[in-house]
Design a protein around this ligand. Structure first.
Ligand code: SF4
Ligand code: SF4
Length: 65
């Protein structure tokens, strides 16, 4: 259970990383990346994945989607 960032969409604005409660998001190779081993889909923190709600370009979706 984790989220993923579309690297072709990400502008590296960093907004998702700033709202992530688990620190799962970090810069990598000029874009941002979610560590699926750390991402909890914000379970227990929020009703919806905060990164997905925050990304201004809609680059984040469920890993399983
Ligand atoms: S879903 Fe939540 S825990 Fe996972 S990367 Fe996004 S903000 Fe972080
Ligand atoms: S908020 Fe969206 S565009 Fe900005 S760093 Fe995160 S995934 Fe990339």
């Amino acid at each position: 259970m984790a989220m993923k960032i579309d690297k072709d969409c990400c502008t590296a604005c960093g907004e998702c990383a700033s709202v992530c409660p688990t620190g799962a998001i970090s810069p990598a190779k000029g874009v941002y990346k979610i560590d699926p081993a750390i991402c909890t889909e914000c379970e227990g923190e929020a009703d919806e994945p905060q990164c997905m709600n925050t990304c201004p370009d809609g680059c984040i979706d469920y890993l399983s989607a």
